[in-house]
Design a protein around this ligand. Structure first.
Ligand SMILES: [Zn+2]
Length: 259
């Protein structure tokens, strides 16, 4: 484990809720629920061993992960679903549109969109060139009978499992995106927003977007649900005020096409 990860973990040991597990460029979050924890997302497939190490460092047993809230189907969020579901009996909560996308095992390239700006396209090009493992694919996963599919905003489901908060559908980054806003203002936004690579002008949007206007509508939904602290999948937590300040800065027509 890197020194940075060790520091983060020691900080975590004293923190209450949420528990943050930094897995490379992705954050996995654990939120207390009835009988254990709801986990937000997995990392890449290759992060599984590191994930289990971090879990034991923060004193959480694998079987205590009761739910896996999948914000969307992408490779860095659904990477180790197969391992996790084979070693636990957790229930997955995801958007109904994730079903076919998880079954295919590849980030959706059929809905258009592009990089947020030219600088990010250049950086992504460099990464692709020097990291041949970055293929935007992941091990396909077949959702089970017991998994829970979301098709609209939901104010009941989380409360039934002991979490005071709601689920919002939050398209913009991709079509199957969902997020959590707790009543205390903590928001787990997946890739609906991000503080990753801010010096490159991302303005709190995620590097790749399919539709900016949908994305900003999703930001507004989180603000309307009284989000105060945004916990993104990529980057550090930040004030929801940043969403208000950066709303509408990019347009779908200006995205830099990749596919
Ligand atoms: Zn994503």
């Amino acid at each position: 484990m890197s020194g940075l990860a060790s520091t983060n973990v020691s900080k975590l040991l004293n923190s209450q809720n949420p528990i943050i597990l930094p897995l490379g460029i992705s954050n996995v979050y654990l939120i207390r629920c009835e009988g254990g924890y709801l986990q937000v997302d997995t990392g890449y497939e290759t992060n599984y061993r590191g994930y289990k190490n971090l879990l034991s460092l923060v004193g959480v047993k694998l079987h205590e992960i009761r739910y896996l809230f999948l914000t969307h189907h992408h490779d860095d969020h659904a990477g180790f679903l197969n391992e996790l579901t084979s070693e636990t009996d957790l229930t997955i909560i995801c958007h109904e549109k994730a079903r076919s996308l998880l079954f295919i095992g590849e980030n959706d390239k059929t809905s258009g969109g592009g990089y947020i700006n030219g600088m990010i396209k250049i950086l992504a090009g460099i990464k692709m060139r020097f990291d041949p493992s970055w293929t935007l694919t992941f091990p396909p996963f077949t959702l089970r009978e017991k998994d829970i599919l979301i098709s609209a905003d939901d104010d009941q489901l989380l409360r039934k499992i002991g979490i005071e908060g709601r689920i919002l559908t939050t398209p913009g980054h991709c079509m199957d995106h969902i997020a959590i806003v707790l009543d205390n203002g903590d928001a787990f936004c997946g890739d609906a927003a991000s503080s990753f690579l801010l010096p490159f002008g991302t303005r709190y949007a995620t590097l790749f977007m399919t539709n900016m206007e949908d994305g900003y509508r999703s930001w507004q939904k989180m603000l309307d649900a009284r989000a105060q602290v945004i916990y993104p999948s990529h980057g550090k937590a930040f004030s929801a005020e940043k969403l208000r300040q950066n709303m509408g800065k990019y347009k779908t027509k200006d995205l830099v096409r990749f596919f």
